[in-house]
Design a binder for this molecule. Structure first.
Ligand code: NCD
Length: 320
């Protein structure tokens, strides 16, 4: 068996609304740990978490590593170059070697969709998907949902727009699955070539005009234009893209007064967002980064066998 109930986090499609609520609630308690002078609780002492990344990543890897360390787990980073690992099979060999060293959890990022599933089927330790190809990035969507709830008090009933390169975005896919489950009204916005046909079947609306979502949205989530995933043939030019789908101060005037602006990072400044908007008062981009640690702490904690938060697990090493 694989999936959330079996100790893996592969795709938000496996999770119920209650599972998501439990993660967000648990993360709330763990957020406080990172504000302490000594940012560490003994909850996962003796557990080993391995980060197996074969695609460039800075914030996601650091975030997982900090999360594991703040729970007192031992961590190990395995960065495999994309050229030495082009196929799921060779990643499997590598992971089998890691498994043989008795680790408890493997956090995987891979450029091919489905690799985390293959590993989860073949291996004993839990697998967390830290992004596979264009398919899923469940921890990013969970930290996005945490941030929305923290800033706006709820998710249900909100108008949430996801803007940009939906076609290549695992962040968009996971957010669609999560946000719809939590009762949000999700609208996708982008160039016709970068929105998958039939995506409405997932329960979202689609528009090709930024103005349509600017006026009604409580949350504007911008995606990075995935230059490495060959967008050239999808767009006439990046300048045109920015003109139509980028957000700047002028266009922001059309939006609701307390709209929040999100982006999973890294931001292509001047393409998806102008610098003053990315750094402006409505931007919650750095809150997303902060919350990522707490949400990943909650996920590691819940997956490594703790079904609910025990208050003792929030006590620091030296607390009585
Ligand atoms: C995202 C990713 O890698 O999927 N970034 C991230 O996890 N912080 C989004 C992106 O690369 O555009």
């Amino acid at each position: 068996m694989i999936g959330w109930k079996a100790g893996d986090l592969l795709d938000l499609r496996d999770l119920t609304k209650e599972d998501i609520e439990l993660i967000l609630e648990t993360a709330k308690s763990f957020k406080e740990v990172s504000t302490r002078d000594i940012k560490k609780v003994p909850a996962l002492r003796g557990k080993t978490v391995v980060m197996l990344f074969s695609e460039p990543s800075t914030r996601t890897r650091i975030s997982f590593e900090l999360a594991a360390k703040r729970l007192s787990a031992d961590t190990l980073n395995v960065t495999v170059s994309a050229s030495s690992l082009l196929k799921g099979e060779s990643m499997l060999d590598m992971a089998k070697n890691i498994e043989a060293m008795n680790v408890d959890m493997i956090v995987v990022r891979h450029k091919s969709a489905g690799v985390p599933q293959i590993l989860a089927e073949a291996l004993g330790p839990g697998i967390i998907n830290a992004g596979d190809g264009c398919r899923a990035h469940p921890t990013q969507a969970l930290l996005d949902m945490f941030t929305i709830k923290e800033k706006l008090g709820k998710i249900e009933g909100l108008n949430i727009a996801i803007v940009g390169d939906i076609l290549h975005s695992r962040v968009a896919r996971s957010n669609i699955h999560g946000l719809i489950k939590m009762g949000a009204n999700v609208t996708l916005c982008g160039p016709t070539t970068l929105i998958p046909p039939d995506i409405e079947q997932e329960g979202v609306k689609v528009t090709y005009k930024l103005e349509d979502v600017l006026k009604i949205s409580d949350v504007l989530m911008f995606l990075r234009l995935q230059k490495e995933r060959q967008e050239e043939k999808y767009l006439s030019s990046i300048r045109e893209y920015t003109k139509l789908f980028g957000l700047n101060k002028e266009k922001l005037k059309m939006a609701k007064k307390n709209v929040i602006i999100m982006h999973p990072g890294p931001v292509n400044r001047g393409i998806e967002l102008s610098a003053d908007v990315a750094d402006g008062p409505q931007s919650v981009i750095l809150d997303q980064v902060t919350n990522g640690v707490a949400v990943r702490m909650a996920i590691l904690y819940l997956l490594l066998g703790k079904k609910e938060l025990v208050s003792d697990d929030l006590k620091g090493q030296g607390d009585s």
